[in-house]
Design a protein around this ligand. Structure first.
Ligand code: NAD
Ligand code: UGA
Length: 438
């Protein structure tokens, strides 16, 4: 049992703190948002993540997990302080480190015993050294501390399982003993542990996210070529995926990658390279392809409807991916904006992201079900592959629509089945079959 303080009660901080508590540690999670902490104390979570609410309540009841806005209280007994604050995109594409700086300064001001500061946030290479400099400069009196980089690899929607069954734990530090202590915290997870230097650990995180984004952009480029040549990208990806050197995962073609991480992280990596005089041309292409995937939806709608002016377009799914209410960089937001810019009227439905959508797309009418979105629609666009859309009564959907037009941005349905139902259907990269019914 260790005393751990986690700074930042967002996706990563809340999951990290709660999982460490579940592993038997004493955890206190801190956030600067009074509202967030007041709600958490009542068991009300700021985010939707399957299984998290139950785990938070269970560990609070067991006395292993508590919440505070006070750094003094959080650091009172802490042996480890995990920094899990946001690192959003800055004005030029760089990672904005203002929250990390504030957290490092507050740690320095309130620590009163030796501490291992563990950085979980995704931060530019060199940030670990920078955090150490800030803490050293801000401490009222010198107290020993070490900085360890421990990047997080969880994905939203499967965060608890990802934390508890990680593919690997990456640790970087100039202080091997501190890295070993952080490794010990992770021993119950029985995962391979890679211990390296600070900068290399920070780079492993960016390189991993950039590689995954590249894999998706690669299959999207193949999808676009498939569409032109009459091949089906779903079968191409399946055929490629059997080769273990390629692998089956992250080969789903569609609207491309969104969310709170890939977009900002690929950009931040490209920025770091450019500042160093390098020319990150692959990363630029990966970002360009991703932008084009969203534009294609509007092109497909135009192709099938003629003008979008006055047309009612329904969006199925608003979150950037299923099993989350996160809409940061969600394709739905960009598509809604583009349709509205051409005079279209947009409605949408999402099983859990409704409250997020109320905030981020106030001009979109939000509906209570997929069937309500279909009511009088000239076209539907599948933006998120939620499970509940897999078993929709498509005949009912069709009869509710004014025109049976569908752009399936996530290749959820089969072109032949949609054509048989009488839809004018376009998938992403589904070759000639993807245009059936036209
Ligand atoms: P988030 O925006 O959901 O949460 C960040 C939290 O930090 C907020 O609640 C905010 O109020 C709090 N905060 C800001 N400044 C603070 C301060 N000085 N002291 C205390 N709390 C403060 O962010 P997130 O999605 O959890 O991401 C955190 C980091 O982890 C980012 O660097 C991100 O790139 C990385 N990451 C995220 C994911 C993911 O799936 N979301 C996965 C891996 C890594
Ligand atoms: C991603 C990584 O998967 C995590 O390992 C990492 O920790 C995290 O970023 C991070 O650094 O924050 P996340 O953004 O939650 O996690 O979601 P993913 O499942 O990776 O999906 C990202 C985007 O790619 C989504 O918009 C999804 O729709 C899209 N995607 C994913 C595809 O278009 N095709 C695929 O085959 C897979």
């Amino acid at each position: 049992m260790k005393n751990i303080c986690v700074i930042g009660a967002g996706y990563v901080g809340l999951v990290t703190g709660t999982c460490f508590a579940d592993l038997g540690n004493n955890v206190i999670t801190l956030d600067i948002s009074e509202e967030r902490i007041e709600n958490l104390k009542k068991g009300i979570l700021p985010i939707y993540e399957p299984g998290l609410e139950e785990m938070v309540k269970r560990n609070m009841a067991a006395g292993r997990l508590s919440f505070t806005t006070s750094y003094a209280e959080a650091l009172e007994k802490a042996e480890f302080a995990f920094i899990a604050v946001g690192t959003p995109e800055g004005v030029d594409g760089e990672a904005d480190l203002k929250y990390v700086r504030a957290a490092a300064e507050s740690i320095a001001e309130h620590m009163h015993q030796p501490l291992i500061i563990v950085n979980k946030s995704t931060v530019p290479v060199g940030t670990g050294d920078w955090v150490a400099d800030i803490v050293r400069a801000k401490q009222p009196r010198p107290i020993p501390f070490s900085v360890v980089s421990c990047p997080e690899f969880l994905a939203e929607g499967s965060a608890l399982a990802d934390f508890m069954n990680p593919a690997r734990i990456v640790l970087g530090s100039t202080d091997r003993e501190a890295a070993n202590k952080v490794a010990d915290l992770h021993l119950p997870l029985r995962a391979p542990i890679v211990i390296t230097d600070l900068r290399t650990a920070e780079m492993i995180k960016y390189a991993s996210n950039a590689f995954l984004a590249t894999k998706i952009s690669f299959i999207n480029e193949i999808a676009n070529i498939c569409e032109a040549l009459g091949a089906d990208v779903k079968e191409v990806a399946a055929g490629m995926g059997y080769d273990p050197r390629i692998g089956k995962q992250f080969l789903n073609a569609g609207l491309g990658w969104g969310g709170s991480c890939f977009p900002k992280d690929v950009k931040a990596l490209a920025y770091m390279a450019t500042v160093q005089g390098k020319h990150p041309q692959l990363l630029q292409a990966v970002m360009d392809i991703n932008k084009y995937q969203r534009r294609q939806v509007v092109l497909k709608l135009r192709e099938m409807l003629g003008t979008l002016k006055g047309k009612h377009i329904g969006l199925l799914g608003l979150a950037f991916k299923p099993n989350t209410d996160d809409m940061r960089e969600a394709p739905s937001v960009e598509i809604a904006r583009a349709v509205q810019a051409e005079g279209g009227i947009v409605r949408g439905y999402d099983p859990v992201a409704r409250h997020t959508a109320e905030r981020v797309m106030p001009s979109v009418k939000l509906c209570a079900s997929a069937y309500e979105v279909a009511e009088g629609a000239d076209a539907l666009v599948v933006c998120t592959e939620w499970n509940e859309f897999k078993q929709l009564d498509l005949a009912r959907i069709k009869s509710a629509m004014r025109q049976p037009v569908m752009v399936d941005g996530r290749n959820l349905y089969e072109p032949e089945q949609m054509a048989a139902l009488g839809f004018k259907y376009r998938g992403m990269g589904r070759g000639l079959n993807g245009s059936l019914g036209l």
